[in-house]
Structure formats: structure tokens, C-alpha cells
Write a protein that binds this ligand. Structure first.
Ligand code: MG
Length: 306
């Protein structure tokens, strides 16, 4: 693809939620708030900040309400929170949430093992959640996990992804993140799954949520751009491992995505050096250097910084 001077790309920062939920070392609430504020200062305008799953299920995110309350003076940033059910929605609304995210998958076995219900049952749960959210003036995005490959079922059929995506849009989501949960997709998978979707769904309603387990995330972004997709999820510092591949890289790192988009001439409003500053706040608590290329290039040993 040729350079796209000034064409706009949206980056949805998911590090504070998708990243931290896979980290076992507890991060204090005030540090999470400082991290999210640093991400906002870096130019990120959409940040998934918390999750209202049951506090016992993910102790790392049990402070979701306090995190949201610590961010209520950032009107220029669209802060969102994951909501699994109506109880979670009650807590999210009480904390003043303005945008929620709901989560299901294209693979029956994955949904069953991950949230203990069928895809259809998860959609019925979201029907009530999304109706109440819309009534409260809250917007929503959906995630379709294991949209390319499932750790239990193998290659996922594009028709299954299309069905779940269309249902989420019908139920009230304004966009759906097509997600490579285990980070094994290649550009051919992106075409196989997304090209059929884009025949009936506007590209503005599709995001790509990529993990970098196999080092293919940026290649998949480029294929997504070729297909007309202009929204990409990313996680500062590449936070969040893959539960099916211990020790592997996590979500696509925001700074690596920013580098690629800068180099290709896309406009996104995010400053790479400031993303690294934000990532440093969490690396410090986790006592572990980020896995991203840009961290190693600009902050790693031999670069004059820790
Ligand atoms: Mg993820």
C-alpha cells in the first residue's frame, strides 16, 4: 500500500483493561489512574480503563469504580469499561460510565470455557445490558474473541464471525473489535475473515484487536489498512500476556503501532515518546521491561535509559 498522508486512524488503548487483567502483580489504584492520565496526555482519545467483571474473578480490576471516578475530569477522552452482565452494568452506571464494552467469541468452546455459557446465551445477556445502556445514554462496543483461530477448535469460519458481529451491532454496539485473542493470525487470516465482513458492514464499524504472540500483529495491521479498516486496539508497553502461551508477547504494543502509522503517513494524534513514558509507570510496578520493539529501540540497554 502507498503512504497515506494525513488519513485518519483511530487507536483504542486497551492496556489498562485487557493488558492489566493478565498481570498477576497488583497495580495500586492511584498508579492505574496515573497511567491512564499519561496515556491521555500522549494523545490517546479512547481508553478502555476498567472492567466490571466480578471482583473475585479478576482481583486486579476490582477497583474499577475508583479508577473511573479518578478520571471524571477528562471530558476529551472517551473512557470505557468492560461489562459482562447486568450486575456489572449496575456498578458501571453507578460509577458514571459513558461507554461500555461487551465480550463474546466466534468459537463455541472458547465462550463456554471463558465465560461458562453458549454464544447465544452471552448474546441474550448482552441484549438486556445493551438496552439498559442505550436507555442511559451510554454507548457500547463489542468484542468478538477468537475471530481467526480458537485454541480449542482451530481455524474459525468467517461466517461464524460475521453472524456474531452482526448480532452485536443489531443489539446496539456501534463498533465491533474482531479479535485475535491468542495472537496467531497471519495477514491471510485477516483477509479471510474481514473481507467478507466488509461486504455488508461499513469499515467504520469494524476494529482489529491484535495480539503479538507470533510477531504477526503489525503485518495484520497493514492488511487491515489495505482492507479499509481504520480502527486498531493496542496496549501501551504491549501489556497483557497470552493466557495460552505463557511468556509470549501480549497485545500489540501501542508504541509499535504508532511507529508504523507515523512511518506510513497516517494521522492519529498520539506521541510515541509520551506512550513510552506512560508504559514506564506500569513497567516500574511490574518490575519488568515492556516487550515492545520501540521500548527496546528507544529505552532499552545501551540507549541511556533503564
Ligand atoms: Mg486482548
Amino acid at each position: 500500500m502507498t503512504a497515506a498522508r494525513g488519513e485518519r486512524v483511530r487507536i483504542v488503548e486497551v492496556g489498562p483493561r485487557d493488558g492489566l487483567q493478565n498481570e498477576s502483580r497488583p497495580v495500586p489504584t492511584d498508579r492505574k489512574i496515573a497511567f491512564i492520565r499519561a496515556l491521555a496526555a500522549a494523545g490517546l482519545r479512547e481508553i478502555e480503563a476498567a472492567s466490571f467483571v466480578h471482583p473475585k474473578a479478576v482481583p486486579q480490576l476490582a477497583d474499577a469504580a475508583d479508577v473511573l471516578r479518578g478520571l471524571d475530569d477528562l471530558p476529551e477522552v472517551r473512557i470505557s469499561a468492560l461489562v459482562p452482565n447486568e450486575r456489572g452494568l449496575d456498578r458501571a452506571l453507578a460509577a458514571g460510565v459513558r461507554r461500555i464494552a461487551v465480550f463474546t467469541a466466534a468459537s463455541e468452546t472458547f465462550v463456554q470455557r471463558n465465560i461458562g455459557m453458549s454464544i447465544e446465551a452471552s448474546l441474550q445477556t448482552f441484549r438486556a445490558v445493551l438496552r439498559r445502556a442505550v436507555d442511559a445514554g451510554v454507548t457500547a462496543r463489542g468484542y468478538v474473541s477468537t475471530a481467526f483461530v480458537c485454541p480449542y477448535e482451530g481455524e474459525v469460519a468467517p461466517a461464524d464471525v460475521a453472524l456474531v458481529t452482526e448480532r452485536l451491532l443489531e443489539l446496539g454496539c456501534d463498533e465491533v473489535a474482531i479479535s485475535d485473542t491468542i495472537g496467531v493470525a497471519a495477514p491471510t487470516d485477516v483477509t479471510r475473515v474481514c473481507a467478507p465482513l466488509l461486504r455488508t458492514i461499513a469499515p467504520g464499524r469494524i476494529a482489529l484487536h491484535l495480539h503479538d504472540t507470533c510477531g504477526t500483529a503489525l503485518a495484520n495491521v497493514v492488511r487491515g489498512l489495505d482492507l479499509g479498516i481504520r480502527t486498531f486496539d493496542a496496549s501501551a508497553g504491549g501489556l497483557g500476556g497470552c493466557p495460552f502461551a505463557p511468556g509470549a508477547a501480549g497485545n500489540l504494543a501501542t508504541e509499535d503501532l504508532v511507529y508504523l502509522l507515523d512511518r506510513m503517513g497516517f494521522d492519529h494524534g498520539v506521541r510515541l515518546a509520551a506512550v513510552l513514558e506512560a508504559a514506564a509507570l506500569i513497567a516500574d510496578v511490574l518490575d519488568r521491561a515492556p516487550t515492545s520493539r520501540q521500548w527496546r529501540r528507544l529505552r532499552g540497554p545501551g540507549c541511556g535509559a533503564a
